[in-house]
Design a protein around this ligand. Structure first.
Ligand code: NDP
Ligand code: HEM
Length: 487
């Protein structure tokens, strides 16, 4: 074989030996058959068979970028988290945005909630804010999460998406009304990931330097303004490209137009949680801004595209379990379940030691006593004899200051009916009342279109729920469905 005139490095096997020929397989005579000893051919085929990992069970389609978080306002009296310790402080981040239901190759411009995940590589470990572009969610008990997701994914017999399943579940789950109203409103199809807000959605907690607990909600408000597609515009976009949001994010960053969001928090003193007329740990509810105003914290800027999409975006592993001293969880049942679910998903999707992958690796020293298993390629930094704890060999030890004050809990252990006595209507009503007549008409139309093929009794059951939000809501949806079906 003649050598190509190139300045490239020598191609090697994975074991580092030079490859003599990368064009022609090794055969017995020019017409074949092939020889077993052509290990490089076998190796190439075997690697190709292993190029895919399982896609995320939800939020499979996404895009992401690196950036920086900068503190612009001092909130250090509420939290001892060092990333918020002083104005001007910067923390490197990686963010990933996604749609929820679509598979890895799905179109971006679909009506769906958008994921909004940010990993803050702080000096005290990684803090992951794994949120959405909506401040609430469809269900409030994690027991219902797998059922809800089944309605968004494909029917087991037909392998088609089923609007009947979605509206059947929603019409039997009044707690979904708030999120359904947002999803079916103008904001249900953001044009790009840059033109939408992000919300931590759950209530979290801050632990102050004086070891006091505050409840907190996180809001990332887009500085690019809100932009959404109508159904017709989205159809046109999808006809041209399935990657509209991915292309937009990459090209904006390449043009030097770094997207930015302002981070705000709402803060609730710990004991207020016993007084609010709504359960502040209920993920289907917001805290009204009038009662808990937004306090500015800082600016999130995304300014660097990944060098390698698979390494940095497909393998990035976000988890609500990743908190740092000064930031913690709340009793929200959904959040409690998510603390378990994500790391479990990562161990399945990426492997046991997924947190040692470069994109997930904390930017601070890491000392733990987990031992072997897949991906155990890294050394322990502890003295060699200190591979269990407690030990007498100066191995890593706990740091009590990182703890938090005790949380007062009371009540009997039982399966409490989360639908009993819960007001699922007032907050969607407050949202509906914000919409002008045109926004309401588009809401009715979007719902009517989404209900195509859904049986009458399910449509009526859902309309009866909309009636309880606002009589105009139920009536508007009934009329839009009637007109569409009489065409
Ligand atoms: P405010 O009038 O203070 O705030 C209204 C909020 O609604 C703003 O945050 C606005 O976001 C947001 N909004 C506007 N249109 C839509 C839409 N189509 N989908 C989702 N959000 C939208 O009111 P309150 O705080 O008293 O809340 C009233 C209702 O507003 C709530 O019931 C809830 O549905 C919705 N909302 C409230 C939030 C909160 O944390 N309090 C957060 C988001 C929504 P923006 O400022 O970016 O335009
Ligand atoms: C992804 C579970 C609710 C936001 C995921 C994944 C799982 C999961 C298993 C895939 C993780 C992976 O493979 O990387 C759950 C469970 C929930 C829940 C059990 C409720 C009990 C929520 C809520 C939000 C949310 C309420 C937002 C407020 C996200 C986001 C991703 C995701 C943004 C994608 C993360 C990424 O970009 O990699 N969820 N989820 N989820 N979830 Fe949830």
């Amino acid at each position: 074989m003649t050598k190509r005139d190139t300045k490239g490095d020598t191609l090697t096997t994975t074991a580092g030996a030079p490859v003599a020929d990368n064009q022609n397989s090794l055969s017995a005579g020019p017409r074949g058959p092939l020889l077993m000893q052509d290990y490089q051919l076998l190796e190439k085929l075997a690697h190709q068979n292993r190029e895919r990992i399982p896609e995320r069970t939800v939020h499979a389609k996404g895009a992401g970028a690196h950036g920086t978080f900068t503190v612009t306002n001092d909130i250090s009296r509420y939290t001892k988290a060092r990333l918020f310790s002083e104005v001007g402080k910067q923390t490197p981040v990686i963010a990933r945005f996604s749609t929820v239901a679509g598979e890895l190759g799905a179109a971006d411009a679909e009506r769906d909630v958008r994921g909004f995940s940010v990993k803050f590589y702080t000096e005290e470990g990684n803090w992951d804010m794994v949120g959405n572009n909506t401040p609430v969610f469809f269900v409030r008990d994690p027991y219902k999460f797998p059922d809800f997701i089944h309605t968004q994914k494909r029917h087991p017999q037909t392998n088609l998406r089923s609007a009947t399943a979605a509206w059947d579940f929603w019409s039997l789950s009044p707690e979904s009304l708030h999120q359904v109203t947002i999803l079916m409103s103008d904001r249900g199809i953001p044009q790009t990931f840059r033109h939408m807000n992000g919300y931590g959605s759950h209530t979290f907690s801050f632990i102050s330097p004086d070891n006091e607990r505050y409840w907190v909600k996180f809001h990332f408000k887009t500085q690019q303004g809100h932009r959404h597609y109508t159904n017709r515009e989205a159809e046109e976009v999808i006809g041209q490209t399935r990657e509209s949001a991915l292309e937009d994010l990459q090209s904006a960053i390449n043009r030097g137009e770094s997207p930015k969001w302002t981070l705000y928090v709402q803060i609730m003193p710990e004991t207020d949680a016993e007084r609010t007329p709504y359960n502040p740990f209920d993920l289907t509810k917001v805290w009204p801004h009038g009662e808990y105003p937004l306090i500015e914290v800082g600016e999130l800027e995304l300014n660097r595209n990944p060098e390698n999409y698979f390494n940095e975006i497909e393998q990035v592993a976000f988890s609500p379990s990743n908190v740092v001293p000064g930031i913690s969880w709340s009793p929200d049942k959904m959040l409690q379940a998510r603390i378990f679910s994500y790391a479990d998903a990562h161990r399945y999707r990426l492997g046991t030691h997924y947190e040692a992958l470069p994109v997930n690796q904390p930017r601070c020293p890491v000392h733990h006593y987990h031992k072997d298993g897949p991906m155990r390629f890294f050394d322990s930094q502890a003295p060699k004899d200190a591979y269990y704890e407690p030990n007498s060999f100066d191995g890593p030890v706990e740091q009590p200051e990182a703890g938090e004050p005790p949380l007062r809990i009371s009540g009997d252990a039982d399966r409490f009916d989360h639908r009993e006595g819960n007001d699922d209507f007032s907050q969607p009503r407050a949202l509906f009342e914000l919409f002008d007549q045109d926004q309401r008409q588009r809401l009715f139309q979007n719902i009517a279109e989404h209900m195509d093929g859904v049986p009458e009794e399910i449509v009526e059951r859902q309309a009866a729920l909309f009636d309880q939000v606002h009589p105009d809501y139920g009536a508007g949806v009934r009329e839009a469905v009637r007109q569409r079906r009489s065409r």
